[in-house]
Design a protein around this ligand. Structure first.
Ligand code: SF4
Length: 366
C-alpha cells in the first residue's frame, strides 16, 4: 500500500468510500477507533468527511495520558514536592490536571522534573544523579510497558539503587471488555490499535468476536489503512459475521512480539487498575512482581497524597467510553482548551478533545 502512487491511492480511496456507502445502505453504524493515533490520523486525512453520515466514528480509551486517573497525578505531584526526588516524565504529563495542581506548576515552583523520551533516559538520570531518587512516570499501554520493564531489568543488572518507577500501565483488551459488558457502548465494531497489536498480536482480542459477537480489525495509520479497515468492518457486519481481522499485516504479526511480551511478564503481572472516567477494571493494569518491587516508587518512598477531586463538569469519562463527542461537553472550547485543559482528554495531542479542538473546525463550530 505504501508503494502506491497518488493516482492509485485516489482510486483505492474512491473504491473503499463507494463500497462503504454501499454496504452501509440506510443502516447506522457506530465504529470505535480505540487508539488516539488513529483519532488524529482520521482528522488529519478528513476521513469523517469521506464516510456517509450513517457511519459514525467514535474515539475510545486509547490515549494513555487521557486514561491516567487523577489519583496518579496527585501522587506524582506529591513525590515531586520532595527535595530528594527527581521526576522523569514524558512531556505530555506536565499539563495534565491533578486535583489541585499540575506537574508544570510544580516545576515552575522549583520541583526537579525532567522531560525524557524513554524509560532508559530516566535510568540514565538516576546514574547521573546518585543523590536523587529518580522516579520515572510509567504511563502507557502494552506498547511502552516493555521498555519500562527493560529499564527495570537494566537497573537490576547494573545495581542502580536510586531508580524507581511509578507505574500506571494499562492493558487495552480488558478496557474493551469493560466497554462491551457495560451494555451502553452501542459500538458495532472496533478499529484496533496497530502499535499495541504489534506487541500482543491478535489472540487477546478474540473474546470480542467470540463472546460479544463484535467484529474488530487491527488497523494501520495511513488514510487508506483506515478506510480499508472501516470497509472490512462493514463487510463483516453485512455478512453477519464477527471475527478479528488484521489489516495491518505488514507491521502486526498474528502472534505479536513474543520477546517484548516475555520482558514484560518477567517484571510485571496483571492487576486491577483504575481508569480515568471508566473506573476500576479487573486485570487491566500491571504491577511489579515481588522480585522487582524495590523499584516501585509507591512501595519504597513514603509520600502523603492529597484527597483526589475530579474537575467539575468534565465529561472525559463519557468521551473515553465513546458515549459522547467532545463537542457535547459544555466546557469544550470555552473553559477547556489545549492551553488550559480542564480534563485530560484536552491535554495530549492524541486526546480526543484536543484532536477535535485542533482538527475538528467546521464540524464542532456548527
Ligand atoms: S472538553 Fe475538556 S472538560 Fe470536556 S470532556 Fe473534554 S477534556 Fe473533559
Amino acid at each position: 500500500m505504501l508503494q502506491m502512487n497518488n493516482e492509485e491511492i485516489r482510486k483505492a480511496a474512491d473504491f473503499f468510500t463507494h463500497e462503504i456507502a454501499k454496504l452501509a445502505g440506510d443502516k447506522s453504524f457506530r465504529l470505535m477507533e480505540v487508539c488516539g493515533t488513529h483519532t488524529v490520523a482520521i482528522f488529519k486525512a478528513g476521513i469523517r468527511q469521506l464516510l456517509p453520515e450513517n457511519v459514525q466514528l467514535v474515539s475510545g480509551p486509547g490515549c494513555p495520558v487521557c486514561v491516567t486517573p487523577n489519583e496518579y497525578l496527585d501522587t506524582a505531584i506529591a513525590f515531586s514536592r520532595k527535595s530528594d526526588v527527581m521526576i522523569a516524565t514524558f512531556g505530555d504529563m506536565l499539563k495534565v490536571p491533578g486535583s489541585s495542581s499540575t506537574l508544570a506548576a510544580e516545576k515552575a515552583q522549583g520541583a526537579d522534573i525532567r522531560i525524557v523520551y524513554s524509560s532508559l533516559e530516566g535510568l540514565e538520570l538516576a546514574k547521573r544523579y546518585p543523590d536523587k531518587k529518580v522516579i520515572f512516570l510509567a504511563v502507557g499501554f502494552e506498547t511502552t510497558a516493555p521498555t519500562a520493564a527493560a529499564a527495570i531489568l537494566m537497573a537490576e543488572a547494573e545495581k542502580v539503587a536510586n531508580f524507581y518507577v511509578l507505574s500506571s500501565h494499562k492493558l487495552v483488551p480488558p478496557a474493551l471488555r469493560a466497554l462491551l459488558s457495560s451494555g451502553d457502548s452501542k459500538v458495532h465494531g472496533f478499529l484496533l490499535p496497530g502499535h499495541v497489536s504489534a506487541m500482543i498480536g491478535l489472540t487477546p482480542y478474540e473474546f470480542l468476536s467470540k463472546e460479544y459477537n463484535t467484529p474488530a480489525v487491527v488497523a494501520g495509520f495511513e488514510p487508506l489503512d483506515i478506510l480499508q479497515s472501516v470497509y472490512m468492518l462493514l463487510r463483516q457486519l453485512d455478512c453477519g459475521v464477527a471475527k478479528v481481522e488484521n489489516q495491518y499485516r505488514r507491521i502486526v504479526p498474528k502472534e505479536g512480539n513474543p520477546a517484548a511480551c516475555e520482558v514484560l511478564s518477567t517484571v510485571y503481572q496483571a492487576a486491577d487498575a483504575q481508569w480515568r472516567g471508566i473506573g476500576h477494571l479487573k486485570n487491566s493494569g500491571l504491577v511489579m512482581r515481588e522480585k522487582y518491587q524495590k523499584f516501585d516508587a509507591l512501595l519504597n518512598i513514603p509520600v502523603t497524597v492529597e484527597e483526589t477531586k475530579e474537575a467539575k463538569g468534565c465529561q472525559c469519562g463519557s468521551v473515553l467510553r465513546g458515549l459522547m463527542l467532545p463537542t457535547s461537553c459544555p466546557l469544550f472550547g470555552k473553559t477547556c482548551k489545549p492551553e488550559h485543559p480542564v480534563g485530560s482528554c484536552m491535554v495530549s495531542i492524541e486526546g480526543t478533545c484536543a484532536a477535535w479542538y485542533k482538527y475538528g473546525a467546521g464540524r464542532w463550530q456548527v
